[in-house]
Design a protein around this ligand. Structure first.
Ligand code: KIV
Length: 287
């Protein structure tokens, strides 16, 4: 698509059912992002994403969308401690998670570690610009590259990550100029999120696109209001249950079984009556 100058769509996805529908919609890339920590697990930061859970979700998405390119997202501390850990954990995404590519938030400082991962055979997407896993030191989710000096830093990071072996890049929360500069200096596909419309591909967090988020980021425009729809459906179910109007088709007993059950209940009632009130037992002619 990049070669044909056709912008490609990417969305985050965290489960097999949604993946199945997004694949049908023609989304070629599904990112199982560490945003799952927030939108699936209810944490306030992506930092809290457990590695094992994200690997399991990645496999779920691949099972739901076998033809899509599924990108696993390496969570905080899963690739920071050593080259060996980085390779082992990225390998788990590829093997257990069935990821087609693995995303890593990084700068030029981490390029040697990414190079080792690439040499080990991990297909890598380097995530530059705003890197949410740095929230604890940055003090919040802040845009990157808003001064010439910062722009140069983000572009240098992107170049270093491509040189380290990344076959794809992702840039988050930067002005248009940064994305354009990255595209001029690198040759791999660039996915943007809050990075202007020039990028080869665009990604959004699915919940922001569907209208589930109470406070979406400024760059995310919802195209549906599914949050409101889910609330409406929930209220409707509450009403139906209260009115004993649960709908659907129930089950019936097999032929003759309902009759058998009635007869059984009748004789059981008779037995109970005999035990509780033996004096009421019908007397025979000699008693
Ligand atoms: O984790 C994620 O969902 C991401 C996107 C916001 C790009 O990294």
């Amino acid at each position: 698509m990049v070669d044909e100058n056709v912008p490609f769509a990417c969305l985050t996805c965290y489960d097999a059912t949604t993946a199945r529908w997004l694949e049908r919609a023609g989304i070629p890339i599904l990112l199982v992002g560490d945003t799952a920590a927030e939108v699936i697990l209810g944490f306030k930061r992506t930092l809290d994403m457990p590695l094992d859970v994200l690997i399991a979700l990645t496999a779920a998405v691949k099972r739901g969308a076998p033809r899509a390119l599924v990108m696993g997202d390496m969570p905080f501390l899963s690739y920071h401690t050593s080259e060996a850990d980085a390779i082992r954990n990225a390998g788990r995404f590829v093997v257990e998670g069935m990821a087609d590519i693995v995303k890593v938030e990084a700068t030029s400082a981490e390029a040697p570690r990414l190079a080792a991962m690439a040499r080990a055979g991990i297909p890598l997407c380097g995530h530059v610009g705003c890197r949410p896993q740095q929230v604890a030191v940055a003090g919040g989710y802040v845009a990157a590259g808003r001064t010439v000096r910062e722009l140069e830093k983000v572009v240098d990071d992107a170049v270093a990550l491509e040189q380290a072996g990344c076959v794809m890049l992702l840039v988050e929360a930067v002005p248009d100029e940064v994305a354009r500069a990255i595209m001029e200096r690198t040759s791999v596909p660039l996915i943007g999120i809050g990075a202007g419309s020039a990028c080869h591909g665009q990604v959004l967090v699915l919940q922001d696109l569907l209208g589930f988020s109470d406070m979406p980021p400024r760059f995310a425009e919802a195209v549906a209001s599914l949050g409101v729809e889910v609330e409406k459906a929930g209220r409707e179910w509450v009403r139906r249950v209260a009115e004993r109007r649960i709908g659907g088709r129930g089950y019936s007993m097999q032929a003759g079984e309902a009759e058998r059950l009635r007869n059984q209940n009748r004789s059981a009632d008779g037995l109970i009556e005999e035990i509780v009130h033996p004096e009421r037992r019908e007397r025979g002619p000699r008693s």
